[in-house]
Design a protein around this ligand. Structure first.
Ligand SMILES: [Zn+2]
Length: 378
């Protein structure tokens, strides 16, 4: 089993590293470049001449591989827009790559089980039942192994953000300890579905709360070509989610606000002018909006995926695309909101609700991904 490569920093100006023992650096062909023995930070940056600086050393290479002593972790912090980020401690090794535009990317290669233990702590609520942590561990492991197969030839397998799964290195707090235990308990167990006589991994999407029914891959503009992601799973287990999650709204936004937020992400929509109205032009069979039409004051319109629109508005405010829209003079009102997140695949507050009722991890996963089953792959 190869290690998973996680993109932990993108296009930063400098990176600094520290570790209790020696940090060794290598060229991409394995040639030793240099070491850093001090337990203080060593700064890595790109020189104007195109060389990589590693503390006081400089080498003309496209990337450097960084390795702490085998029993140690390496703390990484990145410099961008005038400040250093908080340091996170990472297991495994790092590759620091010079981008074509001169910035630095950092990729952490880490053993899959350690990665799973790290992400589960960030992807569940700390108070979740142990059985819910186990459900998450199996979903997160399946997700990453599927990405590793799909992206074998790419520079990295997953990002460290919500686009993949949130990864911030090692956590030693209580959720971190529980996540590690859940990963260990479910070691090597994944979720598969059978297609053309073969058991296959699939992309185990998950989101906070489905709000009543899971959605299909159509919300991302894709065909629902596999049964586990075809949606339509009824769930009111996520009713227990706190705050306005299972049901939310109304959220009132002024038309100028909607326009400003859209343009911040999609500047090409400037030609629409003032926003006249937002309507639903396509829905899933269960009625959830899939595609919205944004009509400008001149009558010109643009259709976009409701999920993209939601994220442009700020995913914390418009919690899901399961809403109805009402227009008043100057405002667009999103109401009758259901759920939090895209609603595809596993419902996380639903898994907690089911865990509280004594359901086991396997039953919960097979419930949210119909037609799938657990399998041990190592
Ligand atoms: Zn649910």
């Amino acid at each position: 089993m190869r290690e998973v490569r996680v993109l932990i920093a993108v296009d930063v100006e400098q990176v600094r590293l520290r570790s209790p023992g020696t940090i060794s650096s290598y060229n991409d062909d394995g040639t030793a470049l240099g070491t850093h023995d001090d337990d203080d930070w060593v700064v890595v940056s790109r020189d104007v001449s195109g060389e990589i600086r590693f503390g006081a050393s400089r080498w003309r290479v496209a990337s450097i591989d960084v390795q702490p002593d085998p029993i140690d972790t390496v703390e990484v912090s990145a410099y961008r827009d005038g400040e250093w980020s908080d340091g996170n401690r990472y297991p495994g090794t790092l590759r620091i790559v010079v981008r074509d535009d001169g910035g630095l990317d950092v990729v952490n290669a880490v053993e899959v089980e350690r990665y799973v233990a790290c992400v589960v702590a960030n992807e569940v609520w700390p108070t979740f039942e142990m059985e819910a942590y186990r459900v998450q561990a199996i979903a997160s492991r399946t997700f990453v192994l599927h990405e590793m197969l799909r992206r074998a030839r790419a520079e990295f397998d997953v990002t460290a953000t919500q686009r993949s799964q949130v990864y911030r290195g090692i956590r030693t707090d209580e959720p971190g300890r529980r996540a590690t235990e859940a990963a260990r308990y479910t070691r090597g167990i994944v979720l598969t579905y059978r297609r053309q006589g073969e058991d296959r991994l699939f992309c185990t999407y998950y989101s906070a709360a489905c709000g009543g029914m899971s959605q299909s891959a159509a919300i991302f503009g894709r065909e629902n070509d596999i049964e586990p992601l075809s949606g339509g799973v009824r769930c009111d287990y996520c009713k227990i989610a706190p705050g306005k999650t299972y049901r939310w709204g109304p959220v009132r936004l002024r038309k100028e606000q909607v326009r400003a937020r859209l343009l911040a992400k999609y500047p090409e929509l400037r030609s629409l002018g003032e926003i006249q109205e937002v309507t639903v032009v396509e829905r899933t069979p269960s009625g959830r909006p899939v595609r919205l039409r944004i009509t400008g004051s001149g009558g010109e319109f643009h259709d976009m995926l409701a999920e993209r629109f939601r994220l442009a508005m700020g995913g914390g405010e418009i919690k899901s695309t399961d809403f109805t829209i009402r227009m008043t003079g100057g405002e667009i009102i999103f109401e009758n909101g259901r759920g939090f997140g895209h609603g595809l695949g596993l419902c996380q507050w639903g898994m907690q609700g089911q865990a509280l009722q004594g359901k086991r991890a396997g039953e919960i996963l097979e419930y949210y991904y119909p037609g799938s089953k657990l399998m041990r792959v190592y």
